[in-house]
Design a protein around this ligand. Structure first.
Ligand code: NAD
Length: 264
């Protein structure tokens, strides 16, 4: 790929380790010439993330917790001061109490419902609002979602409800920001073995069924999501906004898994 992202500057939120989806996207963007600022959540993640992102030549690395307004104020003040302009944002953040990522959705508590929606959905809107004044030459924002937003997946529970709200926010944000040349899209990734992914009850079962029933007969990898991230954040997708783009080996297209004998 030619240096599709040369001269572009962006913020990447959600790297926890080298299996993070945000990291898969960041390495694809780096190879295409992007300059990136990173955030990490808390000192423990910081220790791991700092050396990783320094290798990508990043100078702006900030601790930020989306539940902490001041940390976001600090982050955007720094981006304003050091860059003054932002071209893209990667939002790859989600959280729910793992006790509620098993059993029945009907048992979700109000406290965890609110916290899950705040971290996993509202934070994207919050970041979009803060990023907008910096996107003086247009821009592109992406977030990460999962098919549990539209169909029931085992144990996904409140996270499915949060992702449904997140996907709706993508459409409303696209409508709000489009007139300023800012695009907003989501990548709906198939199940991946990350820290957040492992917390979901039935993770191994979901991983296996997705692999066996997907048209491509495999799970998706970081490079798959990285390629889609590069497309959505670069000018290749200049005419695309308000969409949910599936990177799931085609699983979403299937109504019923194939019979074992036809399972190619
Ligand atoms: P991950 O654990 O590597 O990343 C999740 C990130 O969210 C971590 O970096 C964590 O620090 C961050 N985070 C959580 N609460 C936060 C807070 N309050 N403030 C700031 N950051 C916070 O796992 P991942 O799978 O790479 O997750 C990234 C995104 O991809 C999530 O939105 C997830 O729902 C989505 N996704 C994951 C899968 C999967 O199977 N792993 C599939 C589809 C979508």
């Amino acid at each position: 790929v030619p240096k599709l992202m040369a001269g572009k500057r962006g913020l990447v939120m959600g790297v926890a380790n080298d299996r993070s989806i945000a990291w898969g996207i960041a390495t694809a963007l780096h190879a295409a010439g992007a300059e990136m600022a990173f955030t990490y959540q808390g000192a423990a993640f910081g220790k791991r993330v700092l050396p990783m992102v320094e290798k990508l030549g990043s100078r702006i690395i900030e601790e930020a917790d989306v539940e902490n307004e001041e940390s976001l104020d600090r982050l955007f003040a720094r981006l304003q001061k050091e860059w003054g302009r932002l071209d893209f944002v990667v939002h790859a953040i989600a959280f729910s109490d793992k006790e509620e990522l098993k059993g029945r959705y009907v048992d979700t508590t109000k406290a965890n419902f609110q916290r899950s929606l705040t971290i996993s959905c509202y934070s994207f809107t919050d970041i979009a609002r803060r990023a907008l004044p910096l996107m003086t030459e247009g821009g592109s924002l992406i977030t990460l979602t999962y098919e549990g937003a539209t169909r029931v997946m085992p144990s996904y529970n409140v996270m499915g409800v949060a992702k449904a709200a997140l996907e709706a926010s993508v459409r409303y944000l696209a409508a709000d920001l489009g007139p300023q040349g800012v695009r907003v899209n989501a990548i709906s990734a198939g199940p991946m073995r990350t820290l957040a992914g492992a917390v979901i009850g039935s993770a191994r079962y979901v991983y296996r069924v997705s692999r066996e029933a997907s048209p491509l007969r495999r799970n998706v990898e970081l490079t798959d999501v990285g390629g889609a991230g590069l497309y959505l954040l670069s000018d290749l997708s200049a005419g695309v906004t308000g969409t949910v783009h599936y990177v799931d080996a085609g699983y979403h297209a299937i109504g019923m898994p194939p019979q074992a004998s036809e399972n190619g």
